[in-house]
Design a protein around this ligand. Structure first.
Ligand SMILES: Cc1cc2nc3c(=O)[nH]c(=O)nc-3n(C[C@H](O)[C@H](O)[C@H](O)COP(=O)(O)OP(=O)(O)OC[C@H]3O[C@@H](n4cnc5c(N)ncnc54)[C@H](O)[C@@H]3O)c2cc1C
Length: 392
């Protein structure tokens, strides 16, 4: 087994690092109110300008063909890119257009849909949100009830979505809706492209426990969209959701973020040794985190190397997601505990240490173990598909 990166991959990493060093000068994010990883808009004009530069380099969707605004990068280059962006805490957010809307359109879209929508993802004209979850359909996504009923050349949408990240700053939505209420639940779902300013759509903010407005409730009341916004075949949407899309699934960003945070925490303790004095258990836990960062990265590289070898990672990607998100929680808990009374101070507090990063990390690390599939569901997949245990 060869763990080394190729010369080209190392050269690409150096290029990304160089770019980040030039763009993210020390103190670049000192004045932001929030460091929410999803809140590109929160970080204002700086983030917009930064993302524009990524777009111009074809880095927003590294793996995509050049005519769609990508750079035709390999899986490993994508992993390197995502690792470096996360390590630098760059204001890139999570781009759902890149993650699944574009890849799905490449596979299932009509020529018109491809030409109309894909280039606008990488040019940043369109920002996408994902309209899957509903109050009674999260882990059991196939239970969705939002309806799309065909009416001449249109579909009429009615229902409610929830936890829609970025709905308030997106101009397009990627929607799963029920088109055949009588079919078995997996067989009556279709995927649609929805303009978020269509009459009948109401977006209500949901504030997360860190105090950020990232996700929303979205209501559809007799929303009319052209039938040309259906993607693929009617009632085949579930298969589109389930298909292993051609994007990087390694979860490398999770361990890269912890690696960065651990480095900062360790530097802090060297300057402020009182925080670690007589706390052997904290020292041990920090050493554990250092080991776990390497394990998380190895699990992620494993997924990436499978993808690079043309294999579709399944439970391997699930385990990498589970491990890196739970590692984020373990690290944040250790950091908070180490800082004692200072730990829970909000970044805005003058007394906060490390600019309140531990408090922020602690609050945000919880949601990562829920978003994109909960830890319990990830473990079940690992048990059944990884270990081959019988279904409960
Ligand atoms: C930060 C964040 C961003 C999100 N962004 C979006 C978005 O943009 N678009 C979108 O559509 N959704 C989004 N979601 C929603 C997310 O996909 C759901 O929260 C997630 O799938 C879980 O669904 P649920 O909240 O309904 O919980 P439930 O499915 O009701 O689960 C509740 C609890 O029961 C457990 N549980 C459920 N089923 C099982 C099972 N079979 N076995 C064992 N345990 C089980 C779960 O693990 C959990 O602990 C986001 C969520 C978060 C936290």
């Amino acid at each position: 087994m060869d763990f080394r990166f190729t010369t080209e991959e190392e050269a690409f990493r150096a290029e990304v690092k160089e770019f980040l060093k030039a763009e993210l000068k020390p103190g670049w994010n000192d004045n932001f109110d929030s460091e929410s990883e999803l809140g590109v808009e929160v970080q204002g004009e700086f983030a917009k300008a930064f993302n524009k530069k990524l777009s111009e380099r074809g880095w927003l969707a590294p793996a995509w063909p050049k005519n769609y605004g990508g750079m035709e990068a390999s899986v490993m280059q994508q992993v390197i890119y995502n690792e470096e962006m996360a390590y630098a805490a760059a204001p890139v957010g999570f781009n759902m257009g890149v993650a699944w809307v574009g890849p799905s359109l490449m596979l299932y879209g009509t020529e018109e849909q491809k030409n109309e929508f894909i280039p606008k993802i990488t040019s940043l004209e369109h920002t996408w949100c994902t309209l899957y979850s509903e109050p009674a359909a999260g882990s059991d996504l196939a239970a969705i009830e939002t309806k799309a009923v065909r009416d001449g050349d249109d579909y009429i949408l009615n229902g409610q979505k929830i936890w829609t990240t970025g709905a308030h700053r997106s101009n397009w939505g990627w929607l799963a809706a029920r088109t055949d209420p009588d079919a078995p639940k997996h067989k009556g779902i279709s995927m649609f492209l929805v303009p978020m300013d269509a009459p009948g759509i109401t977006i209500r903010p949901l504030i997360n426990m860190a105090g950020d407005h990232d996700f929303n409730e979205v209501f559809f009341e007799d929303v009319r969209i052209p039938a040309s916004y259906l993607v693929g075949t009617e009632n085949q949407g579930w298969y589109m959701l389930a298909v292993a899309l051609d994007f990087e699934r390694s979860s490398i960003a999770g361990s890269a973020r912890v690696r960065r945070g651990l480095g900062e925490l360790v530097s802090f303790t060297k300057e402020n040794p009182q925080f670690i004095e007589n706390k052997p258990e904290i020292r041990t836990r920090l050493a554990d985190v250092a080991v776990e960062v390497e394990i998380g990265a190895a699990l992620s590289y494993r997924v990436a190397s499978m993808q690079a070898g043309g294999k579709a990672p399944n439970y391997e990607a699930t385990i990498a997601k589970l491990y890196s998100t739970e590692l984020g929680q373990r690290f944040a808990s250790t950091g908070i505990e180490m800082l004692g009374m200072y730990g829970p101070l909000h970044p805005k507090s003058k007394q906060a240490k490390l600019k309140g990063a531990m408090e922020r990390g602690y609050q945000l690390a919880v949601s990562a173990t829920i978003a994109g599939g909960t830890s319990e569901v990830m473990k079940t997949i690992g048990a059944i598909r990884g270990l081959g245990l019988p279904r409960a």
